[in-house]
Design a protein around this ligand. Structure first.
Ligand code: SF4
Ligand code: SF4
Length: 466
């Protein structure tokens, strides 16, 4: 049973300022007049997502808290997340925050704006030579033409895509966040929390990880509990420099967990002791909690929902044929490429009978929840297909860089669920029949979820012994 939000026990503890009602991202608070004509807030439990923003903004509560000056359980979570418009990325950030929050901690996301690293002179010279071979030039100019086309078509969809960005921002704002930090001032957040968590997603990937994602600014600061939950790497080998950096930084961690089994083996080798792997946080919220976030049905009639992050034309062709064969409407979400909010993948042009461009998190959940079948290459779309118990098929992603490992998280998940047969073999999608035994899948994965939950609870209470 989830904790109920209590704004005040006694009317004397509420001045009727309505700050709580104004800040509520769900519009779950309404002001009700009492017999004397004073207004007091009431919470609509159906709408409330327990984000506690109302409690935090309340001036009376603030005053009471200042008196007792308790800040021991404030948790700062860092993840790959700054202005992230990726559905999976947002879902994992929300899930980890909510899990920790529901365990009774005062958690928030540390908003960290990562700067893209500039190359060394030597590296940029090598890059220049590499880029000027005939093969590279052809690839480069083809890419350029493609980018121009993508931006041009993206412009036609500008209003719809702007709406999507707005909706995603609204969802992001339902999660408490810190001020925005960069590497230049992130050390200022050291005094804000007693517990620091490197959250899930690929924050420890070589080329992505920097000092903020391993809390370099906490070196030498005592009495902080620092741990990782399901951090991910997604490469097959660790470069030497990366190994040295991670080895040094991770010594201050009281507990380390990663998301993929492969990563657990890699970090165990690197650090010389056993590193565990835990599930993606999205799997630890209950189906009811996710159902509560899904919008109403978006599509009339039965449909196949295709959600592709990769740019394989062949995958799109196979899905189109599949939808035609099954006589279902094909619903798609054109993928917006990172960086430019109005550039989408050219491969998504005319892909799908209904292209859902203005889709926020709630609609994304709904599209999965009500689909007759989902076809995807996304790890999180696979997770939510399982959570909402919908038949699904998964394409493997094809990485151009041989050191990038894009599929291990999907293999791990399907292996844990005993659903390896949902990977599309030989470019043939078999059918939409819901013949997946979800009870059996749940039974199989439950011990892993319990282990992950218990790791999180213990890690929050832990402190590295000095
Ligand atoms: S906990 Fe969040 S959603 Fe619930 S009433 Fe308070 S602000 Fe609104
Ligand atoms: S913010 Fe606090 S004091 Fe103001 S109306 Fe809400 S509960 Fe009452």
């Amino acid at each position: 049973m989830e904790e109920k939000i209590i704004l005040y026990e006694d009317k004397k503890d509420c001045c009727g300022c309505a700050a709580c009602a104004s800040i509520c991202p769900q519009n779950a608070i309404y002001m009700e007049e009492d017999r004397e004509g004073f207004l007091y807030p009431q919470i609509n439990e159906q709408k409330c997502i327990k984000c506690k923003r109302c409690v935090k903004v309340c001036p009376v509560k603030k005053q009471q808290e200042d008196k007792s000056a308790v800040d021991t359980d404030r948790v700062g979570i860092i993840t790959l997340y700054y202005e992230n418009n990726n559905y999976g990325g947002m879902a994992q950030a929300y899930a980890l925050w909510r899990l920790i929050n529901d365990l009774g901690y005062d958690a928030e996301l540390i908003t960290y704006k990562r700067l893209v690293k500039s190359q060394t002179v030597k590296a940029s010279l090598i890059e220049k030579i590499r880029r000027n071979t005939i093969k590279s030039l052809t690839v480069r100019y083809t890419k350029k033409i493609k980018n121009v086309l993508e931006k041009k078509i993206g412009k036609n969809w500008e209003d719809a895509l702007r709406d999507r960005t707005k909706r995603l921002k609204e969802f992001r704002e339902s999660i408490p966040h810190s001020n925005t930090y960069t590497m230049a001032n992130i050390n200022e957040c050291a005094s804000q929390y007693s517990i620091f968590v490197s959250g899930s997603d690929q924050i420890w990937k070589p080329g992505v990880v920097d000092g903020a994602f391993v809390f370099s600014f906490l070196d030498g600061i005592p009495d902080k509990n620092i741990f990782s939950y399901a951090s991910s790497v997604a490469v097959t080998t660790f470069p030497d420099e990366y190994q040295r950096f991670m080895k040094k930084e991770l010594t201050k961690y009281s507990a380390i967990s990663v998301r993929e089994e492969k990563n657990a083996a890699q970090f165990s080798d690197l650090l010389g002791y056993k590193i565990v792997n835990v599930c993606d946080p999205t799997l630890l919220l209950s189906p009811d909690q996710w159902q509560g976030l899904a919008a109403a049905r978006q599509i009339d009639g039965s449909y196949i929902f295709a959600y592709l992050l990769g740019n394989e034309r062949k995958h799109r062709k196979i899905i189109q044929e599949f939808a035609k064969r099954e006589k279902k409407i094909l619903v798609t979400i054109p993928h917006i490429k990172g960086g430019n909010q109005f550039a989408f993948r050219i491969e998504d042009w005319k892909f799908g009978d209904i292209q859902m461009k203005s889709v926020g998190m709630e609609e994304f959940f709904s599209l999965i929840k009500y689909a007759d079948c989902i076809v995807t290459d996304s790890f999180h779309a696979t997770v939510f297909s399982y959570i909402f118990e919908r038949p699904f098929w998964v394409f493997e992603r094809i990485a151009k860089d041989k050191n990038v490992e894009m599929n291990s998280r999907i293999y791990d998940l399907l292996g844990r669920l005993g659903l390896e047969n949902r990977i599309i073999e030989g470019f043939k999608i078999e059918g939409v029949v819901n013949d997946i035994n979800f009870d059996e899948a749940r039974r199989r994965i439950e011990p892993y979820l319990q282990f992950s939950r218990s790791y999180l609870e213990k890690a929050l209470k832990n402190k590295k012994s000095s």
